[in-house]
Write a protein that binds this ligand. Sequence first.
Ligand code: AMP
Ligand code: MG
Length: 423
Amino acid sequence: MRESLPLAEARRHVLGRTPALAAETVAAREALGRVLAESIDSDRTLPPVDVSAMDGYAVRREDCAGASIDRPVILELAGEIAAGGQPPATSLSPGAATRIFTGAPVPPGADAVVRQEDTRADGGRVEIHVAPEMREHVRDAGEDIRAGDRVLEAGCVVGPPELGLLASLGRSVVAVHRRPRVAILSGGDELVEPDRPADRGQIVSSNSYALAGQCLEAGAEPIYLGIARDDPGDLRTRLRAGLHADCLVSSAGVSVGDHDHVRSVLADLGCELEIFGVRIKPGFPMAFGRLRGRELPLIFGLPGNPVSAMVTFEQFVRPALRRMQGHRVLTRPVVRARVGEKLQKTAGRAHLVRVRLEYRNGEYQATPTGNQSSGVLRSMSAADGLLLFPEEATEIKAGAFADVEVLDLDVLARAPSAGGSPE
Ligand code: AMP
Ligand code: MG
């Protein structure tokens, strides 16, 4: 077991032992946010033929040379093609134009489309008021996709455009990495469920809610294992149930107190602890392990304090859950931010300071959200990010810069350069 590791090393250890989960086939319309487990090649060309980009007239460009509103060219009307219609078998004759609509196939022989606005219909003829460019308003066959193209790579995250591409290629089902199932257990004799009256000395188990929310936000499926008493027997039964999941997250009872049984019960169940203690605050007493000889589940014993539990989830569990789903970007975006007030600490642990971020005068400004006690969940709620106060540093001067992991991406919308919010 490795004890008291620096943050980066502990995270490397965990991620180095986290596999991507197997593929499953899902309906493409359910695939938003998932990561492709297959590459997608096209069996078709899109658009399949040259189509019109405008409502207007398909013409032969040479017939329209020199046309203007004052000296229109007059062409004979030769048929009409609507979107979804078939192109005529014969070539457009010299001196003729075909009425055409957006998305309709351009007839053979035509090499441009003149917009309706640049024409005037006149019975069986049409006046052309402009000389079109070569292939003007014609969408070339294959301008989007050609048969045989690799359209999407395995590992790509499916967003709305990718859903559209899958649909265009006729893919109604697609292989994506499975979502991890995460068993969540809270532990402590003082804990009660939120819908039960809490006597003096009891506290509501908020971790189960916050951690389940973090799971969902990370794309995983939480499974609630309830509250275990500070009793090895009860803990054992519940932890064992969690070993069927891909990841087991237990909070509290992991430290060294007389009532902290999580580590010993996990050991009884065959779990080999690989890490105990990470040099961060909040979140020092964090444990990580796996069952002997088994790749999964990943087993995390998080500290019990609400902020410590959330911060260690953020640093270790979230990146692991993303790796399981095949994501390549595992951590949050980091911005450099100017720190508004002097920060001090002793060396030996990195501090993850809850801060609010604002974009002012061309830079981000970070301001601590108040009481940084690991029990103060409100300062987590008020935070836009976690400022990294490095392990060996003892001071960040007011006005100096520090790295901030951005938890709330909406903060970027507060930057004037991003356009701000619409009125
Ligand atoms: P422990 O790790 O068991 O010493 O717990 C540390 C602190 O976190 C104690 O004050 C607990 O009451 C609190 N705590 C533990 N589990 C939870 C939970 N599920 N929800 C809210 N607070 C908790
Ligand atoms: Mg406890």
